[in-house]
Design a binder for this molecule. Sequence first.
Ligand code: KIV
Ligand code: ZN
Length: 516
Amino acid sequence: MSSDGKLIIFDTTLRDGEQSPGASMTRDEKVRIAKALERMKVDIIEAGFPIASVGDFESVQAVAEAVKDSTVCGLARALEKDINRAGEALKNANSSRIHTFIATSPIHMKMKLRMEPDMVLEQAIAAVKMARKFTDNVEFSPEDAGRSETDFLCRIIEAVIDAGATTINIPDTVGYNLPNQFGDLIATLINRIPNSDKAVFSVHCHNDLGLAVANSLSAVLNGARQVECTINGLGERAGNASLEEVVMAVRTRQDLFTCDTELDTTQIVPCSRLVSGITGFPVQPNKAIVGANAFAHESGIHQDGVLKSRETYEIMRAQDVGWSENRIVLGKHSGRNALKTRLEDLGIEMSSEEELNETFARFKDLADKKHEIFDEDLQALVADTNKMAINEYVKLVSLKVCSETGEIPEAEIVINLNGEECSATAQGSGPVDAAYKAIEQVVSSNTELQLYSVNNITSGTDSQGEVTVRLSHDGRIVHGQGADTDIVIASTKAYINALNKVMLPEEREHPQLGDV
Ligand code: KIV
Ligand code: ZN
């Protein structure tokens, strides 16, 4: 099959991904993820929505300054104040894009915007012209295109291309379309719009019916050459198309696709773990590509087949997406340099000597408890070190738990609360419950625990457990994660990580709060 070029990957983990309830990230966390996306050779990173909050403006600014190889994009409604703010935030980027949007579906125009279609058209043209004053790389999205009238889409898209839009993104904002219908829509737009060859057609699919990836791929088969997606499929409501699934489907089925991405797919798993660790959104074990079971064969027939020839049951190589083959990597005798080298192989950069020292000390602690350290352990360790590095209002000093048959479990905890050491003892229905009650005696957070889940990071009883908790506080949702070979300590770390997010609201205000 002949190739007609490149499929552009536009990652919106830091913008639409952050719109998942509880997934808000600090500026430094966004920069860390942006650097990982850059390492993966993502073409465009949508870093945020600068008008939404001061925090989001500063995050886009910081990403624009930190990233050199990928284009950094800021979102703006089709309004002068939004576009100016986006232009300002992106000022120092090596390569920048402004992404401006306005809704075009009858229901959005009538009920949300209260505007006639002709006014929407004029506003879209004006927005694109304004954005072009900041950059010649301007993307326009007719929001809710998936429920818009095709004739109106053709009119508005032709006009914004004439006004200077270089990418036309077709969002299925509410995840309503089916793959054949969405593919037909893309083909129709490209065929009917006279100047469609002057812009790249892009798609942005939501997963409300579980079809975001299928719709995106159908669009690519029908001429789209940019896909907007997120790591682990994070995103508003049921999420966005998952980057790893789109990229690997196109790469694996080159017999059907006439284009391919230029991504370094070996960065997929490290990046997935980074995003999961920072947002606290766990990856389900059976998730395609990045789930713990994605390359695990349980049935005897499958195992036998794979041993005889890997291709009998595997359509991709685990190492091509970043799962390491030689999984035992380090042990208690490994030195600081070995650790640093392995972290670099995993695409993990230490930002300072101090961070490396801290990670090494924690690595030694872990190696004392667990003789074989796997890549997954290192990734969890770094995620934990990074959590410690963020402003900590609550710190765990020590924890003692008694759990015995026939006795009520009891936890004794010492916590450093904003510089002051406080202790408490509590009983609970289990050791984790007792530990959480003891923490609450000290902190009185007034939060509600909505989710508690434990996953083992590797296999075996000496594996580290990774605990995820979700807390709600005054309608706000935050996630926390913690890893340790001791499950009660992992649970305590996860709870404290979430509490720190609750206690430091100014850093993590949800970008969509306020009037935007
Ligand atoms: O889902 C959507 O329509 C969006 C737009 C801003 C592209 O996120
Ligand atoms: Zn979206």
